[in-house]
Design a protein around this ligand. Structure first.
Ligand code: SDX
Length: 391
């Protein structure tokens, strides 16, 4: 990565060795530890996929039972976390609350600094996976001005999260197997995606040998951005802005003209130059959810927007296809989540990928602290000019 390797997109060409997730962007292939995402989405569960990503192999029934028991019994947070979260403004964005509160967890678990200790790393990873839904649900209820609901450890991972959200909108959440299954599949699809912006942030911060809570908090910050995990929130705003199928040609025209640097949110990808395989699965999940919740009225605009874009030279030439964020927000909205919660619903499952990648990095004997090189393009050497000589 010498000066000749300079790339304006910072870290864009920095390579990293990993055995966790494989992507072939041209063929639209995504595999977790060698298993195709389509098979995992159809046959596995989120906690089984979490075990696979972290440990590198599918669990035996006993291993899955032990892992599930461990995660289930670490869902509570210290009571002081509630006081910490009460300090946020009434309308604080849940992603901002999530990033800050996860960082604060490092002060509750000082043993997390022993990152060379495998036992300690394992318990911190379990805590992060287990507590993320709790903190996410607390953030949601804080933003709704509602009291927090404690985890119910008799429920599955997803059902527990939905129960802690309980009041979505005005309705009281009622356990619904179809919605729980749909969210479990969405969590599988979002669990990891090799060296994306947020995972690179976790690896970069983690390479300083800081605790995993501080490293994961950096990942949440990166995921909050509208070009990354914030895209699913931006897609819904975009579809609402378009408002009607008849307005799509005008919107596409404004994107192509570069007006206000407008982008077709939920389209395009740094690696996929073909259809994001996750988007295909999400479209099927959408059908399953809309059976129960009723079709999201914005779906027709999304489908027509996709149809037109996939035939438009501008998008075809640039190999811009729907990505994981194009349809996920429609499902979350149909399930009753406000748009602010959409990136949070990305952060919960991606915590597994961040932890798996962090663990792999910490265990790598060749790993050094991240220190990207630069190409200096500033002023040549010059002498100081006294104030009275400056014009
Ligand atoms: C995620 O990395 C990951 O794996 C991320 C992720 C994960 O699981 O972690 O997959 C999750 O972040 C998905 C992406 C969600 N973001 C969006 O949907 C936001 C909209 N998409 C774009 O901002 C963009 O496509 C990116 C950021 C996703 C990728 O950008 P690239 O690869 O840097 O693309 P680029 O800027 O090099 O674009 C090439 C051309 C440019 O036009 P020209 O300068 O050549 O004329 O394509 C254009 C871009 O302007 N372009 C778009 C576009 N995306 C790229 N034009 C309109 N709409 C878009 N969405």
């Amino acid at each position: 990565f010498g000066l000749m390797g300079y790339d304006p997109a910072f870290l864009n060409t920095a390579n990293c060795k990993s055995a966790i997730t494989y992507i072939d962007g041209d063929k639209g292939i995504l595999e977790y530890r060698g298993y195709p995402i389509e098979q995992l989405a159809e046959k596995s569960s989120f906690l089984e996929v979490a075990y696979l990503l972290i440990n590198g192999a599918l669990p035996t029934p006993k291993e899955l039972e032990q892992f599930t028991h461990l995660v289930t019994h670490h869902t509570y947070v210290h009571e002081n976390i509630k006081a910490f979260m009460d300090g946020f403004r009434y309308d604080a964005h849940p992603m901002s609350m999530l990033a800050s509160t996860v960082a604060a967890l490092s002060s509750f678990y000082p043993d997390a600094k022993s990152i060379k200790d495998e036992q300690s790393r394992s318990i911190q990873i379990t805590r992060l996976i287990a507590k993320m839904p709790t903190i996410a649900a607390f953030s949601f209820r804080h933003s709704m001005g509602l009291p927090y609901i404690y985890p119910d450890n008799d429920l599955s991972y997803v059902a527990n999260f939905l129960a802690m959200i309980r009041r979505i909108g005005t309705a009281t959440y009622k356990a619904h197997p179809t919605l729980e299954h749909a969210l479990d599949v969405l969590f599988i699809l979002h669990a990891d995606h090799e060296q994306n912006c947020s995972t690179t942030s976790v690896r970069t911060v983690g390479s300083s040998e800081v605790d995993p809570y501080s490293a994961v908090s950096a990942g949440i910050g990166a995921l909050y951005g509208p070009l990354h995990g914030g895209a699913n929130e931006a897609v819904l705003r975009m579809l609402r802005e378009i408002g009607h199928i008849s307005k799509i040609p005008e919107f596409i025209k404004s994107v192509k003209s570069g007006e206000g640097e407008k982008k077709l949110m939920g389209f395009g990808h740094r690696v996929y130059k073909s259809y994001d395989p996750r988007a295909k699965v999400i479209k099927r999940v959408a059908d399953e959810v809309f059976e129960v919740t009723g079709k999201n009225p914005l779906l027709d605009i999304a489908l027509e927007l996709e149809r037109i874009a996939l035939q438009d030279e501008y998008f075809v030439k640039r190999k811009l296809y729907p990505n994981v964020d194009f349809y996920s927000g429609l499902i979350y909205e149909a399930m009753g989540f406000p748009v602010e919660m959409f990136p949070v619903l990305f952060a919960i499952p991606r915590t597994v990928g961040w932890c798996a990648q962090w663990e792999e990095m910490v265990k790598d004997p060749e790993q050094k602290i991240a220190r990207p090189r630069q190409v200096f393009v500033g002023s040549k050497r010059r002498d100081y000019i006294p104030m009275d000589k400056r014009t």
